[in-house]
Ligand binder design. Structure first.
Ligand code: FUC
Length: 345
């Protein structure tokens, strides 16, 4: 196992974690961005399974949030406004009148302090950032730590810890776009996904949750048994249409003791990924609105090239009853974990 560090321009650094099976994860201190993840296919070939720019400088704006830590609140906050303890807060409108993924000062746009560590069976990085009270319009000084651990078992673990000195909304995630075909060989059409979820959150035409839950029964949102992602691309329902002809929805995980909440698999390469998390749900985004022609490491971007599994609570809880909450209070510790395990089938 090893950890390498490379100095880039403007105090940016790139860390490379490698385990003894050759699995490799590259991470920037800017945005905590995962720029590359080399994973073996069924024949043992190591190839990249995430979308990343060919030129790291492109991450300076990163409007598609490739690989980044997302916060303080992942997802959309309707009308860029919320009320906590009787006080109204106004955030930046960075998507029409709405607020998305922490805005331009979000956690994907800041330099994180990074310490590396090595254990007997893992290598990793501890990333830290302190959000000042009022930054981006959010209340509270918030201390955040994100740990990336690459285990010898080809598991990549992300754990998040945060505390605040004022009541504040917070739900963190990682925005990696996975493509298990390897080196962007194919789009997602034939890749299979399963999600342990009976319900998705209904969206309006601006992708804001209406407050209603939809049963997945009898729809192409039913991933309780693995299905090809193209089912949702080809389905002509209003919900697929508002998402840009695909899926961009919050799935509420079923309450049970199962550790694995989702899986993804590519029938050609044989790569399989399982997602384990303690989070109550996740947004699955199938890159319906990914622009064409961005220069990526293994070619150019196009629609349906990567799928995000954004494990998190729901910012819709700031405006509606019955959604997994995002409020963190002083004295509480936000502590969550998501693990991506790679194998073959
Ligand atoms: C996801 C989606 C959004 C957005 C962004 C790039 O998190 O929920 O719709 O397009 O990624």
């Amino acid at each position: 196992m090893k950890i390498e560090v490379r100095d880039l321009e403007k105090s940016w650094k790139e860390y490379t974690l490698t385990n003894d099976h050759g699995m490799q994860v590259n991470v920037l201190n800017f945005g905590g961005i995962i720029t590359k993840m080399l994973v073996p296919d069924k024949a043992g070939n190591l190839e990249n399974v995430v979308l990343g720019y060919a030129d790291y400088k492109e991450y300076q704006s990163n409007p598609n949030y490739f690989g980044a830590i997302i916060g303080p609140v992942a997802g959309r906050i309707a009308n860029s406004q919320f009320t906590l303890d009787g006080q109204e807060y106004k955030l930046e409108n960075n998507e029409g009148v709405h607020h998305l993924h922490g805005g331009t000062t979000g956690f994907h746009q800041v330099i994180w302090e990074v310490e590396s560590f090595e254990k007997s069976d893992a290598v990793g990085l501890l990333l830290s950032y302190t959000r000042a009270d009022g930054e981006g319009g959010f209340p509270g000084k918030v201390d955040v730590q994100v740990t990336y651990t690459l285990h010898q078992t080809n598991q990549f673990e992300i754990s998040y810890t945060a505390s605040t000195d004022k009541t504040t909304p917070l739900t963190l995630t990682n925005h990696s776009y996975f493509n298990l075909s390897g080196n962007l060989r194919n789009t997602l059409h034939e890749q299979h996904v399963s999600i342990d979820s009976d319900h998705v959150v209904e969206l309006d035409e601006k992708l804001i949750p209406t407050g209603e839950l939809l049963s997945v029964e009898g729809t192409t949102f039913d991933f309780r048994n693995a299905r090809a992602l193209q089912d949702g691309f080809n389905d002509d329902t209003e919900q697929n249409r508002v998402a840009g002809q695909g899926i961009d929805h919050y799935f509420i995980f079923n309450e049970n003791n199962k550790e694995t909440k989702a899986t993804a698999a590519d029938p050609v390469s044989g790569r399989k990924m399982t997602v384990q998390t303690d989070q109550p749900g996740m947004v699955m985004y199938t890159s319906n609105n990914l622009p064409e022609g961005l220069q990526l490491q293994e070619g150019t971007s196009r629609q349906y090239l990567g799928v995000c599994f954004e494990t998190q609570a729901s910012p819709a809880s700031l405006h509606h009853e019955g959604f997994p909450g995002v409020v963190l209070k002083p004295g509480e510790v936000y502590q969550t974990r998501t693990l991506f395990e790679f194998g073959v089938w």
